[in-house]
Ligand binder design. Structure first.
Ligand SMILES: Cc1ncc(COP(=O)(O)O)c(C=O)c1O
Length: 357
């Protein structure tokens, strides 16, 4: 199998599997308990918290573990319920929908801008947003789910008030995430009724999941993965982009290669439907996605591609190739051995007129 859907979710790192396996046997006790097994579980949770704090230049008291990036995002928006919430059009649905339901007119405002988008990889002008927001007395949240491990992160240098992370995009388990909350900024818990996470998130600690997240964080730190993404993975991504443009008539890129994460490539293929391309590639053992994973199965065109291109045909004919550390040159060869033929076949049977013929 050629797996090119890392931005949707990544396979568990062997280090995470091993750590979680050990945790299931040794760190099963309720981490809030006063007994020794409880303390041992809590120590492992604090180790993971320290690792994330170190990785993003935060204090460990500023990290809250959650069930994933969606919950982290929802928590920040809920904190600003009734307030003016300004988001970029490229945000994840867990920001956009929450802001639509919970936003109001009160001040101070919350600005939520991701540093890089999950569907096209594009960078957003976060420094400008932070400057504007803080000048107005507002607060800034950034969904850094896709950035963790791909770029070095310094929440203090970025001057963020809140930031979101997820374990399963970096080789940790699904169902664990984190929220950075700068000391002193407003905060309201989403889950009320427990003293866990210093009363900031009720419910029994997901010790095994957090330990798996910790193992993935350690991997990132030990290997400085952002350097590998910037060199090896960027080269693979750019090579695939070049091959597509050269060999496939009617292809275009939705990712600006010079202003994006190094591991995401979104491309459109005139008069070929994204879902069909995905299924044909799947039949060849090549795994990609159309739009974002969360939007798959939804027939509406991706809101990100619509915001970016304003063209439903471009959005409907798009494919996201997202790379991880395990991808190789051979994977690119395998894609290019079949993709031109698939697009040609689909374009021939399409009722949509090609514009660039
Ligand atoms: C930018 C971004 N935010 C949030 C999420 C949701 O993450 P989780 O599955 O951890 O809730 C995703 C995953 O698709 C994402 O890419």
């Amino acid at each position: 199998m050629v797996y090119l859907d890392y931005a949707a979710t990544s396979p568990l790192l062997p280090e995470a599997i091993e750590a979680m396996h050990e945790a299931e046997q040794r760190y099963f006790a309720n981490a809030s308990a006063l007994h020794t097994p409880g303390h041992l579980s809590m120590n492992k949770i604090e180790e993971a918290r320290e690792l994330l704090a170190q990785l993003i230049n935060a204090d460990s008291s500023e990290i809250i573990f959650t069930s994933g990036a969606s919950e982290s995002n929802n928590t920040v928006i809920r904190t600003f319920e009734g307030h003016k919430i300004i988001t970029s059009p490229l945000e994840h649905h867990s920001i956009i929908e929450a802001a639509r339901v919970l936003g109001g007119d009160e001040k101070p405002a919350l600005y939520s801008y991701m540093l890089a988008n999950n569907e096209i990889g594009e960078f957003l002008p976060i420094a400008d947003v932070v400057k504007k927001a803080h000048k107005e007395g507002g607060f800034v949240h950034s969904d850094l789910t896709q950035v963790l491990g791909k770029l070095p992160i310094d929440v203090k240098a970025l001057d963020l008030d809140y930031a979101t992370f997820s374990a399963h995009k970096i080789g940790g388990p699904i169902g664990v995430g984190a929220l950075y909350v700068k000391n002193g900024v407003p905060f309201k818990p989403l889950i009320i009724g427990g003293n866990q996470e210093k009363k900031r998130r009720g419910t029994t600690y997901n010790t095994v999941g957090i330990i798996g997240f910790g193992a993935a964080l350690k991997y990132i730190l030990d290997h400085k993965t952002w350097e590998i993404y910037d060199t090896k993975i960027r080269a693979l991504r750019d090579e695939l982009a070049e091959c597509i443009l050269e060999e496939i008539p009617g292809s275009s890129l939705n990712t600006d290669l010079k202003n994006s994460l190094p591991n995401i490539l979104n491309a459109s293929f005139e008069a070929a439907e994204g879902e069909s391309i995905q299924l044909y590639l799947d039949a060849e053992g090549i795994v990609v996605s159309t739009g974002s994973a969360c939007a798959s199965g939804d027939i509406k065109p991706s809101h990100v591609l619509m915001a970016k291109t304003g063209d439903a045909e471009v959005a409907h004919s798009s494919i996201r190739f997202s790379f991880g550390l395990d991808n190789t040159e051979e994977d690119i060869d395998k894609v290019m051995a079949v993709l031109p033929g698939i697009i040609d076949r689909l374009q021939k049977i399409s009722t949509i007129e090609r514009k660039t013929k």
